[in-house]
Write a protein that binds this ligand. Structure first.
Ligand code: UTP
Length: 498
């Protein structure tokens, strides 16, 4: 049989082990799955992706790293700063002219969180019960309104959502069920990224079932191929989009199309930009944005020595402190360039060792307790190397970054990047916004709980319940009239109607 011969020539004939157990329909499903794979190409990806690991290679990256030069760097840690105000106005102008789109990376499988639906549909347990998708939709609506109030022109922020086989249908159904959370559905554009087969450590493709190959989305850097092959860039051109803000679904604090960031990148004339937060401590496991051989790159903590990670500037700040938070600015021209086949094929896959459900000798699907294979993923930030004018904006972590990666601990205490910490981060931010607008919050016994007191224990629930609807305020604006000189009893949920 031809299929067998082809597979045999690539040492992948084990994929037909259960052929005789399959119905005709199942045989044809498996055949189709196999025919979709370009095994030659896949072998090339795997070999290239595994090469550094096999060589035990260190690449001596430390010697080649340089921090971000000051002319490419900006800070928006103080929103009253003149620069931040100027950038914000510039950004709102851009938004009001329909020039800014947001691109959501929502194709991940969310295995660590462990729910059976896309992460964007997760409700972290805020007083409103809003999901991540809803919070994001409402931030877009509020920002369009803000741009209108500032410029007198109502602009549209088109929302492009990259899904995958794992998330597409449920995401689509969810938006339909919720009437796109008040957005015009024509401005919410879903497109699907591609998948790649998962392989074991001997480069053999893994079977997920007797008639099904184990596949995984090709990483958030699969964005570029998906944008190209689904004609998304043409859609952006038609709408007059000039630049995009690309971000991850799991950051509850994400400031979509943040006008400060947009304005900053515009003023710098950047084709590509990254928002960063200051690294907490030298051995925090976060990638840092820096120059390597004079090219912008994200260097993972695991790639450098602790000596390099501990280097400090004269002011005492870590030399390599620009922690990447997956908040990127790309002009449309830059995207068109990097999405071309020529450039995009220069982005290499990275290896992620994962626990991939596989068929055991008895033909039963088993989920291993330790990693048994690899998924190959491109990373969204790998295009930095193509930038000709890069810009980096540092923002406050506590205002802008709290990713949801893991499930809660069984006792609900501690842990990191989980639903509890997401809730905590958002409530703490909203508490601070109310405090800076002159209000205070009391707990159920009537005792005023200050921001400082609330922050003294980050391992437990936030001591008061506090939430501000994004429809009311995007970044703390417009709260004065509602809260100044008032003590609000917890639970506080400020909404547009109040
Ligand atoms: P993560 O790398 O944290 O992956 O994705 P994940 O799927 O959310 O979670 P785990 O690793 O399976 O537990 C960071 C961001 O990149 C997106 C995710 O949806 C998230 O917004 N992503 C990841 C994609 O869009 N596609 C991918 O193939 C992988």
């Amino acid at each position: 049989m031809e299929l067998y011969d082809t597979l045999k020539s690539y040492d992948q004939d084990h994929l037909l082990t259960y052929w005789n157990d399959l119905s005709t329909k199942e045989q044809s499903q498996l055949t189709q799955d196999i025919k979709k794979i370009n095994i030659n190409e896949l072998n090339g990806y795997v070999t290239r992706a595994l090469a550094p690991v096999n060589n035990g290679h260190s690449n001596n990256i430390d010697q080649k790293m340089k921090p971000i030069p000051s002319e490419h760097f900006g800070s928006a840690t103080d929103m009253n700063d003149e620069n931040a105000k100027r950038w914000e106005v510039l950004g709102l102008e851009e938004i009001s002219h329909d020039r800014i789109a947001v691109v959501l990376l929502a194709g991940g499988q969310g295995t660590r969180l462990g729910v059976k639906y896309p992460k964007g549909m997760y409700n972290v347990g805020l007083p409103s019960g809003k999901t991540l998708y809803q919070l994001q939709a409402e931030r877009i609506r509020r920002l369009e309104q803000l741009a209108f109030e500032r410029t007198g022109k109502k602009g549209v922020i088109a929302w492009y959502i990259m899904t995958s086989e794992a998330t597409k249908q449920q995401t689509l159904d969810f938006f339909e069920q919720h009437s796109y959370f008040g957005l015009d559905k024509n401005n919410v554009i879903l497109f699907e990224q591609f998948t790649l087969p998962c392989v074991d450590f001997n480069k053999k493709i893994i079977l997920a079932a007797k008639n099904k190959i184990a596949t995984a989305p090709d990483g958030n850097g699969g964005l570029y191929r998906a944008l190209r092959e689904h004609g998304v860039l043409d859609d952006m051109s038609r709408r007059g989009v000039r630049a995009t803000h690309v971000y991850c679904v799991d950051n509850i604090l994400v400031k979509m199309a943040d006008p400060v960031f947009v304005g900053f990148c515009r003023e710098k004339g950047a084709d590509c930009g990254a928002k960063v937060v200051e690294k907490n401590h030298p051995d925090e496991a976060v990638g840092v944005v820096c120059l390597v051989d004079n090219v912008y790159q994200v260097v993972e903590y695991s790639e450098i020595t602790s000596e390099t990670a501990c280097l400090r500037t004269e002011s005492g700040k870590l030399t390599f402190s620009a922690g990447n938070i997956c908040n990127h600015f790309f002009t449309l021209d830059f995207l068109k360039n990097v999405c071309s086949l020529e450039q995009e094929s220069q982005l290499y896959h990275h290896v992620a060792k994962k626990k991939i459900p596989y068929l055991n000798k008895d033909g039963k699907t088993v989920t291993p307790s330790t990693p048994n294979g690899i998924k190959m993923e491109k990373f969204v930030f790998d295009v930095f190397k193509f930038s000709e004018r890069f810009a980096v904006l540092e923002v406050k972590r506590e205002d802008e970054f709290s990713p949801l990666k893991n499930a809660d601990k069984p006792d609900g205490i501690g842990g990191d990047s989980n639903p509890r910490t997401s809730r905590w981060a958002l409530m703490s931010l909203h508490h601070r916004l109310i405090a800076s607008a002159g209000g205070q919050i009391a707990d159920q016994s009537g005792k005023v709980i200050t921001v400082e007191e609330s922050c003294s224990n980050t391992e437990r629930e936030y001591p008061v319940q506090v939430e501000i609807s994004p429809l009311l305020s995007y970044a703390g604006e417009g709260l004065d009239n509602l809260v100044r000189n008032k003590t609000l009893p917890s639970p506080v949920h400020l909404t547009l109607q109040q």
